[in-house]
Every structure is written in C-alpha cells, then in structure tokens.
Design a protein around this ligand. Structure first.
Ligand SMILES: *[C@@H]1O[C@H](CO)[C@@H](O)[C@H](O)[C@H]1NC(C)=O
Ligand SMILES: [Zn+2]
Length: 407
C-alpha cells in the first residue's frame, strides 16, 4: 500500500526489456466463434472479433497473483503488435507491470489502468450460446476491464490519427498483485513520476460509474496464553479466550462507528481464525485476520480507535502472563471519493477496495468496468456478451472526456 514506499521515491527509470515474444496461439480452438450476434452490438464486427479474441486469450492464460509472468509478456507483445510502445516494469522476480503508450506519449495526461492478476482457482474461458454468457476466471475481474479498455484505447488512438494527425496523450498500465494488497501499483507509483490529470481504473462496476468506494483496514490479532492440561485450566491461560474477548469488543465497536449517507455502515469481517492444538490442551496461541470496510473517518483515526478499544483486553491478558499483539496489514485508507462528472452514466458506490489509493498524485479518478463484483471471486465468474461490448463504448466515452478535460 502507499506508506511503505514513500521512503523510496527515487525516480528509477522503468526497466525496458525488448523481448519480442510470438503471440501465443489461443488455447484449444478452432477459428474463434464470436459470441453473440453483431446486430445487437454497439461495435463493428471487426472490433467484436478483436475484443473477444483478446478477452479469451487473457482469460485462458492463468495469472493467479504471483504468477503473472506469462500474461504480462503476452499482453505486452499484443500491444506492441497493435503499434504501441511498451515497457515491462519488474515488480519482483518474474512479475511485470505492462505500460503502453503511443510513441512520444510516455508522460501522458490520461492513464487507463487495471490489473492482470486474478484470485484462485483458474477456470478456462467458456461461452454459453443459450444464455449468451461468457465465463472463466478473470472474465470479469479484471480481464473484462483490460480487454474493453485496450480495444477502446486502440480505437481512440486510431481516431486521433485519422482526424487530428496526432497521438492522444494517453497511456495504458496493467499491474500485478492487485488482489493481494497492490504491490504492482505501489511499485509503479514509486518508480515513475505520476503527473496524470485523469486516471481511469477498471474494476467491475456493472457498467456504472463509481462515485466512491469504502475505506479498508486489515488487522491481524495474535493472542498469547500458556498451555496446560484442559482438566486444570487454571494452570494455563487460554489464548483463544483472549482472542474471542477481543473479537467481541471489536464487533461491538464497529456498530458504534458513525454511518454515512453515501457509504452506509462500517463493517467488520472476521475472515480467518486459528489457534490451539487439541480439545484437551489449553491453547497457548491463537490468531485472527480482520478486514474493516470503513464508511467514515480517516484510516489513522480509525486505527487509533480500534486499538484503544482492545487495550483493556490486552492489559488483562498481560497481567495474567499472556498477551495480545496487533499488526496492521498496511496503512489502509478511508472512504475514497471518486469523480463521476461524465454525463451519460448511472453512478454507484462500491464496497470493495481497489488500487486507486496506491497511485500517488493529484488526478481525477474514475472507476468503471463491465460485470458485477458479486460474481467476481466466485466459481461462477461470468458476464454477458453485451456487458463487455457496452464497456468498450463506456471506456471510449470516459477516455475522450478525460482527454478533452486536459487539453
Ligand atoms: C448454458 O447455460 C444453461 C443455463 O444456465 C445451462 O443449463 C447449460 O448447461 C449451459 N450450457 C453449457 C454448454 O454449459
Ligand atoms: Zn479486481
């Protein structure tokens, strides 16, 4: 997230690799049958073919976080072949962000971005003709956004060349690691000067323009006790009891956080618990992972409030020879207001986190993409043919609005 990188703001040039990989043949396919029919589409038949070919290829290259190497190189090669300059930025060994722009526009005023990693497990791309639905891991989150953005951007570039004989001030960025804390975007942000006027982020918003998303804090609790025989619990100290007490206090606390008209209530998810060894042993250790989705307040203020609430539990544990330690997963962030000043879009507020707080700079922030977050991490990740095709149109409108805004 943002705070660990502030110390390393050195402007190191992005590593440029000139590997020219052949386009990987699309997995298991005869000549591609384009989903749906052209007559219901806002796109020309050629564009539809390009869009679905790109979407299918991206989905079929497995890229669960930490394994983004192949998809990054494939996408880089694809963008190069479509006439853009490209760079691979190494985030960690074999993990690359992809940056692409028309010649001479590396320092563009508008950035279009999304992520190329997905959650596990992998499911291949599939088209169901009877429902007109396309499924597969990443088909929505976020390869649907990536494919629609790329096709829209290429179309805008082509339009500028034809009508203005110029390159638009536009670049594309596809990052790794979004699903596990955003190391790709944080790395980009700290290694390239970011002076964008507008940034268009792609995540599933059901084709609406997001006017904001909730804040996020991740907390780890680690309780320490003392093991003993369960028949003589007074000889030990139960670490799971300590943890349960802290969790009860925190669940009570989030209910007292002020609510917001825009973002609703702050919520707490206790996402993971472990500890102990057996039913007949007083547990010496236990842990819990928590996610707070903040509707109000700043991250530092809410962090303080959360820690203050469990102080008594901590003290009591320490007095009895145990302890309760806390560790924030990252600095976190409060609710994030976004720009929604483009005519023609319905707006919505979303409850999930994004890479938006990980990109430093004072730019307009747009969040838009095809498909619904509600299926994004499930086994039924899918979108309709028209959702993806409409998104090309939506991104084109956003890109053109942003370019006009800054000219
Ligand atoms: C397509 O979707 C329908 C409705 O969900 C389902 O019954 C059918 O089995 C699917 N077809 C294929 C080929 O998956
Ligand atoms: Zn996503």
């Amino acid at each position: 997230m943002r705070f660990p990188i502030l110390a390393s703001l050195a402007l190191v040039p992005i590593q440029v690799l000139s590997v020219q990989l052949p386009l990987k043949p699309m997995v298991n396919q005869a000549p591609m049958a384009i989903p749906g029919t052209a007559k219901d589409s806002p796109l020309a038949e050629e564009t539809r073919k390009e869009l679905w070919g790109l979407h299918k290829s991206l989905v079929n290259i497995e890229s669960i976080t930490e394994n983004e190497n192949e998809v990054a190189k494939w996408l880089e090669s694809y963008l190069q072949q479509r006439g853009l300059k490209t760079e691979l930025q190494e985030v960690s060994p074999d993990r690359f962000n992809v940056l692409a722009y028309p010649e001479g526009r590396r320092e563009s005023r508008v950035l279009v971005t999304s992520h190329i990693d997905t959650v596990p497990p992998f499911y291949p791309w599939e088209y169901n003709e009877s429902t007109n639905v396309v499924s597969g891991r990443g088909s929505v989150d976020a390869k649907g956004s990536v494919a629609a953005q790329v096709i829209a951007a290429l179309d805008v570039v082509k339009g500028y060349k034809a009508t203005q004989n110029a390159e638009p001030s536009l670049s594309l960025l596809y990052v790794v690691g979004e699903e596990t804390g955003g190391d790709g975007m944080a790395h980009f942000s700290s290694h390239k000067p970011c002076n964008y006027a507008s940034v268009i982020f792609g995540e599933p918003t059901e084709g609406k323009l997001a006017s904001g998303h909730k804040g996020n804090l991740g907390l780890k609790l680690m309780a320490k006790g003392k093991a003993s025989h369960s028949g003589y619990p007074w000889l030990g100290l139960n670490a799971i009891d300590i943890l349960i007490e802290a969790l009860r206090v925190l669940k009570g606390l989030v209910g007292t956080f002020p609510t917001s008209d825009k973002y609703g209530e702050t919520t707490l998810n206790i996402g993971k618990i472990d500890g102990g060894v057996a039913a007949n042993v007083v547990p010496a250790e236990s842990h819990a992972l928590l996610a707070f989705r903040l509707a109000t307040g700043s991250a530092p203020a809410q962090r303080e409030r959360i820690l203050a609430a469990i102080e008594t539990v901590q003290q009591r544990a320490e007095e009895r020879g145990g302890g309760l330690e806390t560790e924030w997963e990252a600095e976190g962030y409060g609710p994030m207001d976004l720009d929604a000043d483009v005519p023609g879009f319905e707006t919505m507020v979303v409850n999930y986190g994004t890479d938006i707080p990980n990109l430093a700079g004072d730019h307009k922030k747009y969040l838009y993409g095809p498909g619904s977050i509600q299926v994004a991490h499930g086994p039924n990740e899918e979108l309709t043919v028209s959702e993806l095709e409409e998104a090309v149109k939506g991104y084109k409108t956003l890109i053109e609005h942003a370019l006009e805004d800054t000219s």
